[in-house]
Design a binder for this molecule. Structure first.
Ligand code: T3D
Length: 264
């Protein structure tokens, strides 16, 4: 997949940067954008040269979710095509982010609403611009949570707070997002691109096999008992321990050298 009219895709230093690029529409998700984003994420997942992904937006929004100006036309046509987009687009996009066997960083440059908030929360790490805001938005247009928010939001901020934000959608600012545990870092607007790229580059130069195992163990533990999680940790540690990076890093430690991770 190359750049499309609404999604840019760039690989530099083993980091794939995917930029939602409909600034005039606040990166609202029309069908073309959803399909291009899904393709870009699948491409990054499958490319062995890519070891981390940065998802960001251009202009003053990260992503305001479903394009409601397109949606109203789809609704008026009936036939369910407006409503099957969760299965056809949103779920594959969120699965691609969450199940990517490499870290995904969201560089939240502006407002993240509805599915846009869902995409940001599906990522492993959020660097958030000081002026950015989050809103679940769904109940405001008589919809329920999608794009994984029913799963990610309570896990990040607790069930009570998640219910509050879903039942009474309001804009939360970057500092509140940080206090709640949604944002891992808040930075000045003019530093967002540089800091989020630096975080993602650092991950792209890290132990990719171990990172994939960390993602998998966290997701597994969210739905399993301690005993089951211990068992899965053990299996995943065998995988990480078998990696070339683990062997090289232990040798580097013993030799008092800095490890170089090759992602294998
Ligand atoms: O079946 C299904 O489709 C299910 C799938 C659901 C997935 C979802 O994501 S549902 C949630 C959809 N998103 C929303 O409901 C958010 C709606 N937007 C807002 O609440 C606010 O616009 C924001 C909080 C995001 C931003 O507020 P603010 O004050 O910064 O900007 P604004 O003035 O409201 O909007 C600026 C422009 O962006 C405006 O257009 P205009 O008047 O300049 O031509 C506005 O209409 C447009 N815009 C904002 N959000 C959307 C949008 N256009 C299309 N779709 C949007 N989602």
């Amino acid at each position: 997949m190359a750049d499309t009219d609404t999604v840019r895709y760039d690989v530099t230093d083993q980091l794939a940067t995917i930029t939602l690029d409909r600034p005039g529409a606040m990166n609202a998700l029309d069908i073309a954008t959803k399909e291009a984003l899904r393709a870009a994420l699948h491409r990054a997942a499958e490319d062995p040269e890519v070891r981390a992904v940065l998802l960001t937006g251009s202009g003053r929004a990260f992503c305001v979710g479903q394009d409601l100006k397109e949606h109203i036309g789809e609704l008026s046509q009936g036939g369910g095509s407006a409503l099957n987009t969760v299965a056809v687009h949103y779920n594959p996009i969120v699965n691609a982010i969450a199940e990517m066997r490499k870290p995904v960083v969201a560089g939240v440059n502006g407002v993240a609403a509805g599915a846009g908030m869902g995409f940001a929360l599906a990522a492993d790490y959020r660097v958030v611009a000081e002026s950015a805001t989050f809103t679940t938005a769904f109940a405001g247009i008589a919809l329920t949570a999608d794009s994984g928010l029913s799963w990610t939001l309570p896990r990040l901020i607790g069930a009570g707070r998640a219910a509050d934000l879903l039942l009474f959608p309001r804009k939360i600012d970057a500092r509140e997002a940080e206090r709640l545990g949604i944002a891992q870092q808040v930075v000045a607007d003019e530093e967002l691109a540089a800091v989020s790229t630096e975080v993602a580059r650092r991950l792209a130069a890290g132990p990719t096999v171990a990172y994939a195992a960390i993602k998998e163990s966290l997701a597994h533990a969210a739905g399993h008992t301690l005993a089951e999680s211990l068992e899965r940790e053990g299996e995943l540690q065998v995988r990480a321990g078998d990696s070339e990076d683990h062997h090289a890093a232990v040798a580097a430690f013993v030799a008092k050298e800095k490890p170089v991770f090759r992602g294998r």
